[in-house]
Each structure stands twice: as C-alpha cells, then as structure tokens.
Design a protein around this ligand. Structure first.
Ligand SMILES: *Cc1c(COP(=O)(O)O)cnc(C)c1O
Length: 361
C-alpha cells in the first residue's frame, strides 16, 4: 500500500523527504557506522546534530540571543506544570481558556498558585476567540497564558492578547512554524513537536533568559522540571530524546529549503482557503468555527447528522483519506492540514467531499 493522505491532528504527517532521508541514514549515520538511535548524546556527531537543530530553529524564527531554546521531554502537557513551577514568583497567573489544552494548563497551574481564568469561550463550545483587548489582567500576575492555536476546536488567535505589560506564555503546539512569529512579543513559546515538526515526546521551549529563575519559586520542584538545569546544560543535562531531536532538525532544514516561514504561511493559507471556500458554499458540510478565528492548521466541519458524519469518515478512509474523525469531545470531522500536507491532499479531499455531497443529498 502507498502513502495515504493523513489528516491526523497529531502525531501527524511529516515531510516524505525527511522520512526517506532518515531511512537512508538508519543503519549508518554519515559514516559513523551506527544509527542516531544508537549514538552517545555526548558524541561529536550528536553534538553537531543538536547544535544545528537549534541554530536552524533560531534562523527560521529569528530568535533573539536573549532567548534560550530548550529541547525537553514530557510533551506539551509537562509544561502545564513546569511553567507555573518556574514562573510563579508572585504565585499568580492569568489564563485565557479557549479549549481543552488551555483548560488543562489552567487546572494544573491551580496546584501551584492562584490561577485566574480571565476569559473563556466555553459558552459556545470554544468555537471562537474572545475579545482580549482589555481583559482584567491581575496586577501581580507573573504571566498571561494562551493556547495560540486550538487543535481540537480549530480556532487561532489572530492578534495576541493585550497583556498590559505582563509576560505572555503561549502553547503553540499545533501552529509551530506554520507562519512567521515575532518572538519578542512572548516570554515563553513552547510546543510539543508531534503536530508540525517531529516525533511525539519532544517539547521545544523558547524562553527569555531573564524569566529563568536561579531556583524555582515552588519548593521542591524536581530537578528535571527546573528550566535553569536544562538551560545551563544546553538541553543535555540527561539523555535528551535524541532521535526525536534529530528528526526535528531535518524538518527545520526542510522548512528552510522550502523558503522559511513566509513560504510556509503562503502554502498553508492556500491550502486552508481551498477547504474553507468549499465549506462556505457547500449545502451539506459546514465549518464549526467563527470565520474570523479560523485556524490554518485544524479545520473542523460537520454535516449536522451524526450518521452521515460517520459514513463520510468511513468512505473517506476507504478512499485513502485517513484520520478525518473529529475529536471525541466534538464529533463531526476535522482535517488537520499541517506544513507537510501537500496542496494536492487538500484538493483531492475537496473533490471527494463534492462527490460525497452529490451522492448524499
Ligand atoms: C496535542 C497538544 C497538547 C498535548 O501534547 P502532548 O505532547 O500530548 O502533551 C497540548 N497543547 C496543544 C495545543 C496540543 O495540540
């Protein structure tokens, strides 16, 4: 069987070129006679891999020198705890809850201090981004937290919230490297890599140096959850998720070759437009998100009939379009169209949807 069009929300599609290259290097990485998986993380070869990965990411995102780039483990979810443990100096943080991931982060932060929910879109099943231009930001808030792209609901912050001078912390797991970003607007940008960059387990944390405390304000913070430990050791305090970082590095090079984040943005906008334009004129399918807040990466849609949704997902799968079932909490369908999804994948999906619409109306 050939490759399918994989619309999974994560772990998700990766560039075929990268997978082929990794396959070619599986038994003998550049004359070392071993796989990257078998290599010491203290070796010369690995040192080059992780340093190049960091440099390529810095180039792509234009990351200023006063930000650290950390390759950590535990996925995005581990940051739900690590952020408050390291950043809650005053013991207060404000959370904007626009979906399940932000909600989980908010709930986790409550274990370590006073976490305030200052805005939410839960009243309409997280189908929009609330107005964040003048929120009741706490005077002593250590940071304001957002999930920038809501993977499950398909919404994205098109403008960042007005934090009234407070540090912005953003989970960008599902929009990482999908378009240019001004890193200086954030104190912390982090994301699990399995949505747009690489294999699950690796989480990348980009953090302004002055936010990293000598000692975390939360007592007995585990060594492994201490930013300072990882920052001082350049992500090599212990054995890092070495193979995963190697694949991330390859994806960074692929994005560079494709023209960087401006080119990614153009590519992603083109893909998303094909799908949204179809949804907007379809008599059978409709998008579930407030149009102004639509994500370029995750596109949820429904027919309005659960049986018909199930039939669509089943027939789509048979036709080579995988993982179109919506999140279990939302139902319907969701097409995740990350960087590595080719335009052709979206075009063919829309053709298939047209045909399905004709046959079922
Ligand atoms: C998938 C996802 C997570 C959870 O990632 P894990 O690596 O499984 O912990 C967190 N936030 C967002 C926005 C996600 O899409």
């Amino acid at each position: 069987m050939g490759r399918v069009y994989n619309f999974s929300a994560g772990p998700a599609v990766l560039p075929e070129e990268v997978l082929k290259e990794a396959a070619d290097e599986m038994l003998d990485y550049k004359g070392t006679g071993m796989s990257v998986m078998e290599m010491s993380h203290r070796s010369k070869a690995y040192d080059t891999i992780i340093k190049e990965a960091e440099q390529d990411l810095r180039d792509l995102m234009n990351i200023p020198d006063n930000y650290k780039v950390l390759f950590l483990q535990g996925g995005a979810s581990q940051q739900f705890a690590m952020i408050p443990m390291n950043l809650m100096k005053n013991g207060v943080a404000d959370y904007i809850v626009t979906g399940q991931w932000a909600k989980k982060a908010y709930q986790e932060a409550q274990k370590y201090g006073k976490a305030n929910k200052i805005a939410t879109s839960e009243d309409k099943t997280f189908s929009y981004i609330p107005d964040c231009s003048d929120l009741p930001i706490s005077e002593d808030a250590d940071y304001v937290y957002i999930c920038e792209n809501n993977t499950i609901y398909g919404t994205k912050f098109k403008t960042l919230p007005n934090t009234k001078g407070k540090t912005l912390v953003a989970d960008v797991s599902s929009c990482f490297l999908s378009e240019p970003v001004d890193v200086t607007k954030y104190g912390v940008i982090y994301g699990g890599v399995q949505k747009n960059i690489g294999p699950a387990g690796v989480v990348i944390v980009i953090i302004r140096e002055d936010l990293i405390p000598e000692k975390p304000p939360i007592e007995n913070t585990p060594t492994m959850l201490t930013y300072k430990i990882h920052a001082d050791a350049d992500s090599l305090y212990n054995t890092p998720p070495a193979y995963g970082i190697y694949i991330c590095g390859k994806v960074f090079k692929w994005i560079k070759k494709m023209g960087g984040l401006e080119a990614m943005k153009a590519h992603n906008e083109k893909k998303a437009k094909i799908l949204y334009d179809f949804l907007d004129q379809s008599k059978l399918f409709k998008g579930t998100v407030n149009p102004a807040d639509r994500s370029l990466m995750n596109v949820p849609f429904v027919t309005g009939n659960a049986d018909l949704d199930a039939k669509f997902v089943k027939e789509a799968k048979e036709a080579g379009f995988e993982n179109l079932k919506g999140h279990r909490t939302v139902g319907g369908m969701r097409a995740s169209i990350y960087n590595a999804m080719p335009i052709e994948g979206v075009e063919k999906l829309v053709e298939f949807m047209k045909k399905f619409e004709e046959e079922n109306s």
